[in-house]
Design a protein around this ligand. Structure first.
Ligand code: ATP
Length: 243
């Protein structure tokens, strides 16, 4: 399986990236000299066993954590040398986040949560797109509720809607379907796929679910802090064989 395509434009580049946590006896090498480019307008899934370094890779890509060594370039900007304020600004303007822990603001309603990143970045909310996202995620009747009045799955869908509505160039998702039933999980994946196909957004997703290969352009398999496989157009069966 070939992963080199000259017509593709890198949007995230990791060059010699290592991440070590702790010291001495507690030292863990979570990422070991990773070199990889992820491309614009692609849906890339990062898979691998528990503890292999997937979340660490996603966190350094999104500028939420610093690598110990190496360089990370996001949309042409070397984020490893940015000041905190510049990094916050880059995250706000270019990256949408979906985490398993939702990170919703408890004191404001669902609609305000969904619109928050767009308002923070000072851009106009595309109400038509917002309506489409909210409808497809089954949240239309929940917009005036507070997050605490929603089920876990509904809160997850609010987090997905929030990441999509501002149409960031890159959507970074850590197990976004982990808490969802299979129907809702399929809907979330379909809408992420739509963000790629219709709006040219880039999705980078960490998941344990091999069936996600069906919606992914590329599957990067991480094992023990290194890239073990890098597949374009892989089937779930091919992914399972590698895990
Ligand atoms: N803040 C931290 N301090 C110390 N060690 C850490 C920290 N975060 C992660 N690690 C270690 O780094 C390694 C990689 O962790 P990471 O969370 O990236 O793995 P993962 O592949 O995402 O795992 P999972 O699928 O279980 O979420 C693990 O051995 C983990 O224990």
């Amino acid at each position: 399986m070939e992963n080199i395509n000259n017509s593709l434009q890198p949007i995230v580049e990791l060059d010699g990236v290592s991440k070590t946590y702790g010291h001495g006896d507690t030292r863990v090498r979570a990422l070991k000299n990773i070199n990889v480019s992820l491309y614009k307008g692609q849906f890339t899934s990062i898979m691998g066993p528990s503890g292999s370094g997937k979340s660490t890779m996603l966190h350094v890509i999104a500028g939420l954590d610093n690598p110990t060594r190496g360089t990370i370039t996001v949309d042409g900007v070397d984020i490893t040398h940015l000041k905190d304020k510049q990094l916050t600004e880059l995250r706000r303007s270019r990256i949408g986040f979906i985490f398993q822990s939702f990170n919703l603001v408890p004191t404001i309603n669902v609609l305000d949560n969904i619109m928050l990143p767009t308002q923070l970045s000072g851009t106009k909310v595309d109400m038509q797109w917002l309506k489409k996202v909210v409808d497809s995620l089954g949240l239309t009747t929940r917009l005036k509720h507070r997050p605490s009045e929603l089920s876990g799955g509904q809160q997850q869908r609010v987090a997905v809607a929030r990441a999509l509505v501002s149409r960031p160039a890159i959507i970074v998702a850590d197990e976004p379907t982990g808490n969802l039933d299979s129907k809702t999980s399929d809907e979330v994946l379909a809408i992420l796929r739509q963000a790629v196909d219709e709006f040219g957004q880039t999705v980078i997703m960490v998941t344990h679910n091999p069936s996600v290969a069906k919606v992914s352009d590329r599957v990067v398999v991480v094992a023990d802090g290194t890239i073990k496989a890098d597949m374009v157009g892989a089937t779930p069966e091919q992914v399972i064989a590698l895990l």
